[in-house]
Design a protein around this ligand. Structure first.
Ligand SMILES: [Zn+2]
Length: 297
């Protein structure tokens, strides 16, 4: 039997949620992790424009997988579930895993297919899922499409549709929570009344009912806000009663180090002497086949 201390448990894989209103710097904050880590970015939000502001050497560390998720073709939720399930392929044209059409085309120029195996990554890689908001829309649209309903604003949407869509999202959250890779999810904010009857700024996940419990799937939850015209991030030490945020490691994020301390990078000590500790290495010989690099034009 393997000894406990030799096992690569979920333990040190960190699962982080960054949320906030639009334009509060969420994508930028997460993108800056590329200073220390390879980012495996699953993009349903067209966030690549923001990422092109990163220094070139950091852009080279971002593998961008774009999934064009629309109400008529809500491929995002199914693809995300398959990607977290295990080894698969993702096509660029349709954003589908294991796409039969693109396989049949067998043309890597016109119908590129990329192998994906997120569970076979070292602690040098962080998987980014952008965003839970779009995945929430995708899940509902997927359920409606199965029922032959094309427009989610139509009156045929029932509690049952919301229920099934919430189950898909819950499955995804459980997979993320139990995954052995570092994961950062991005979401938007919504106001939800919690069990203590108070209304709190809360990360969006499916319905308000599901959103209420969204934070429990993560080790650290960061709310991005704009204060005094500056982007700021809030975690445990400045958390207030009307906002959801917190960290199991009780790390407060400053904009300087960003999210890096959550992943074992020592916080910068002084302005003159940045004391960055070496990342804990996990022995592995993972070689991932050619992946799409972040495109910049
Ligand atoms: Zn395809």
């Amino acid at each position: 039997m393997p000894k406990l201390n030799t096992l690569d448990l979920v333990g040190d894989a960190q699962h982080v949620l960054v949320y906030g209103a639009p334009k509060t710097g969420k994508t930028e904050l997460v993108g800056r992790l590329s200073k220390h880590f390879d980012l495996f970015w699953i993009d349903l939000e067209n966030g690549s424009t923001t990422l092109t502001k990163l220094p070139l050497e950091q852009q080279m560390k971002v593998d961008l997988y774009r999934i064009n998720d629309t109400p008529k073709k809500p491929v995002g939720i199914v693809s995300a579930l398959k990607i977290f399930e295990g080894k698969t392929t993702l096509c660029e044209v349709h954003g589908k895993t294991n796409c039969a059409l693109c396989k049949k085309a067998n043309d890597q120029e016109k119908n590129p297919i990329y192998p994906i195996d997120i569970h076979n990554q070292t602690r040098d890689t962080i998987v980014v899922l952008d965003s839970l908001t779009q995945l929430s829309a995708s899940a509902l649209n997927h359920v409606l499409n199965l029922d032959g309903i094309e427009n989610s604003s139509r009156a045929e949407v029932t509690f049952n549709h919301y229920g099934v869509s919430n189950i898909l999202l819950t499955n995804l959250m459980t997979m993320i929570q139990n995954s052995r890779v570092h994961v950062v999810c991005i979401s938007h904010e919504t106001n939800v009344v919690h069990d203590d009857k108070s209304e709190k700024i809360t990360p969006t996940l499916g319905t308000k009912n599901l959103s209420r419990g969204c934070a429990k799937y993560f080790d650290h939850v960061v709310l991005m806000e704009i204060k005094n015209k500056k982007h700021t991030g809030m975690s445990s030490s400045v958390a207030t009663n009307n906002k959801i945020g917190g960290s199991r490691l009780d790390i407060d994020i400053s904009m300087k180090d960003g999210l890096a301390p959550f992943f074992g990078i020592a916080p910068t000590v002084s302005k003159d002497k940045p004391a960055l500790a070496a990342k804990p290495k996990v022995s592995s010989t993972t070689v991932t086949p050619s992946k799409p690099k972040l495109k910049f034009n």
